[in-house]
Design a protein around this ligand. Structure first.
Ligand code: GLN
Length: 547
């Protein structure tokens, strides 16, 4: 059990940045030496977001333990540097699944199983579990106040205020305070309504965080405080900022951390030192130069689908004092003659992960272009598999080579389905017969890196752990043949069964990885592979300029 709980709810509209608020607060409390963790509760019925369309839900963020989670977990890990587990994210689907399984098992024999107390008890149990041995647990409730789906969670956290005693629980409500241009003023009414709604279910917020494009005047704060029944100091402005990494600094200025520490009587260990963080933010805001990298994807209509990857470029850029301009290219656009024109002028090319055959040939064209024109290239997951297909077809002369995911009849299945991956302790096993999950290799696995390779120069060590989310893999029957033609296999699983990294010699930078480096990139610790892509792309830009 955690000693103290902070519950974060959101009102008025969605997408206010509850995840960033929770992550920033966790970061600030940790900077005072406190042992903090976060849990995100998603009020949808899916057991996890693994099966959801990235167009709807954004990225599926993968943890070390293989759980497929909400992208807010990515914010948490990036801001706090913590390594989280499946305990840090749960959904309505999981809660009901557990309760219904127990009911079938006879655990509630004789009783009527109800939302209160059975569902709410299960929610409380999971929250406590996530907070085990922590000084503070931050609990983010997904959705917006007023949603039907969120009610059992709100009831559970209301009860916690009673069970755990009120002084150990803090309710923070994030709302929108819009600025109405024609009236030239900000409006507090939506906040008042949203707080009223919360109060009607028995929760009185202790702190109100007001997302706004204008700093709130003291009169506005006074008004919100009075109508919402909170102290004036407990109304905080969350001003729109240039980069999400500035949010903890902005909160610090508003004394958000002090307020929380005082309200929960937290025993802090030290004053926070945010210098390194501040330098990183400054580097993001005022880079000395820029570099342009083509991002050849298929979900580019919703950039949230590539959240971690986008952030990893921000981290690498900050470290190199560069702004990374991503040129978003829908891979299908590269399937027509003249596609080279779309790629000309970029300093580097990235082909990220993905599922489904749409746009595959465009990706292959992009990779061919990078290989032939010596443009720095990084392929990730599907990007790696496509790079192997491209190499087989165009260098090793295997006409029609493909991945089994897209073509089962090719004479050369250079990427194939070799085995079924299943973590034994997967929370809830998916239907094995379905091709929509249950057979993916998920989470952290060790990769052994060959000395003398580009991968070894990047990582500067022989073993690394990286996160995975894929079903298909390199077909070892073609390994020797492809190596003969110059493909370098520079990373493999410890048992040498599984190809993790391929690269090319005689190229300024061409590397492709089966795992997802973006899930391990942190603002103060950019991922070395992505950092090197940015660095090499910049070098190539400088060389081009000199020519
Ligand atoms: N679709 C490919 C596979 O299942 C790649 C997955 C990915 O890029 N994440 O192996």
């Amino acid at each position: 059990m955690a000693k103290k709980y902070i519950f974060i709810t959101g009102g008025v509209v969605s997408s206010l940045g509850k995840g960033i608020t929770s992550a920033s607060l966790a970061y600030l409390l940790m900077s005072h030496g406190l042992n903090v963790s976060i849990v995100k509760i998603d009020p949808y019925l899916n057991v996890d977001p693994g099966t959801m369309n990235p167009y709807q839900h954004g990225e599926v963020y993968v943890l070390d333990d293989g759980s497929e989670t909400d992208l807010d977990l990515g914010h948490y890990e990036r801001f706090t540097g913590l390594t989280l587990s499946k305990k840090n994210n749960f959904t309505t689907g999981q809660v009901y699944f557990t309760v219904i399984s127990k009911e079938r098992h006879g655990d509630y024999l004789g009783k009527t199983v109800q939302i209160i107390p059975h569902i709410t008890n299960e929610i409380k149990k999971r929250i406590k579990e996530a907070g085990k041995n922590k000084d503070v647990l931050i609990v983010e409730i997904g959705g917006t106040i007023g949603d039907i789906e969120g009610l059992p969670f709100l009831e559970a956290i209301r009860q916690m205020g009673y069970n755990e005693s009120r002084e150990n629980c803090l309710y923070v409500h994030l709302t929108l305070v819009p600025y109405i241009k024609t009236a030239g003023e900000i409006k507090t009414k939506p906040t008042q309504h949203s707080v009223k709604e919360l109060q009607s279910i028995g929760i009185s917020p202790d702190i109100i965080v007001c997302r706004s494009e204008r700093r709130l005047s003291s009169e506005a704060k006074e008004k919100i405080a009075m109508f919402c029944n909170v102290e004036r100091e407990a109304v905080i402005t969350a001003l729109d900022v240039g980069t999400v990494y500035e949010v903890p600094l902005a909160f610090k200025k508003e004394n958000f951390d002090k307020l929380v520490i005082q309200k929960l009587s937290l025993d802090i260990k030290k004053d926070s030192d945010l210098d390194n963080w501040m330098n990183m933010v400054n580097a993001i805001k005022k880079p000395k130069d820029a570099v342009k990298i083509a991002f050849v994807g298929k979900y580019i209509g919703l950039k949230e689908s590539y959240k971690s990857l986008i952030e990893s470029f921000v981290h690498a850029g900050a470290d190199l004092d560069l702004r990374v301009d991503l040129k978003w290219i829908e891979s299908e656009e590269l399937e027509f003659e003249g596609y080279e024109d779309i790629l000309s002028g970029v300093d580097g090319i990235l082909v990220p992960g993905g599922f489904g055959s749409r746009g595959i040939e465009g990706k292959i064209n992009a990779i061919r272009y990078a290989r032939e024109n010596k443009v720095p290239f990084l392929g990730i997951c599907l990007g790696m598999q496509t790079a192997v297909v491209e190499f087989a077809r165009n260098v090793a002369d295997m006409k029609g080579a493909h991945s089994e995911e897209f073509d089962n009849n090719t004479p050369y299945k250079v990427i194939h389905l070799a085995r079924k991956w299943q973590k034994e302790d997967e929370i809830i096993t998916r239907d094995e017969s379905s091709d929509k999950g249950g057979t993916m290799r998920l989470g952290s696995y060790t990769c052994v890196i060959k000395e003398g390779t580009l991968a070894h120069r990047i990582y500067k060590k022989g073993r690394v752990d990286e996160r995975h989310r894929h079903r298909y893999e390199f077909n070892n029957s073609y390994k020797e043949e492809l190596e003969k033609y110059g493909l370098v296999v520079s990373g493999m699983s410890p048992d040498k069964e599984f190809v993790e990294i391929v690269e090319l010699k005689d190229h300024p930078f061409f590397i492709a990885v089966q795992f997802h480096p973006e899930f391990k990139s942190r603002p103060l610790k950019p991922h070395p592979v992505i950092r090197m892509l940015v660095q090499k792309s910049y070098e190539s830009k400088r060389l081009k300029k000199r020519d």
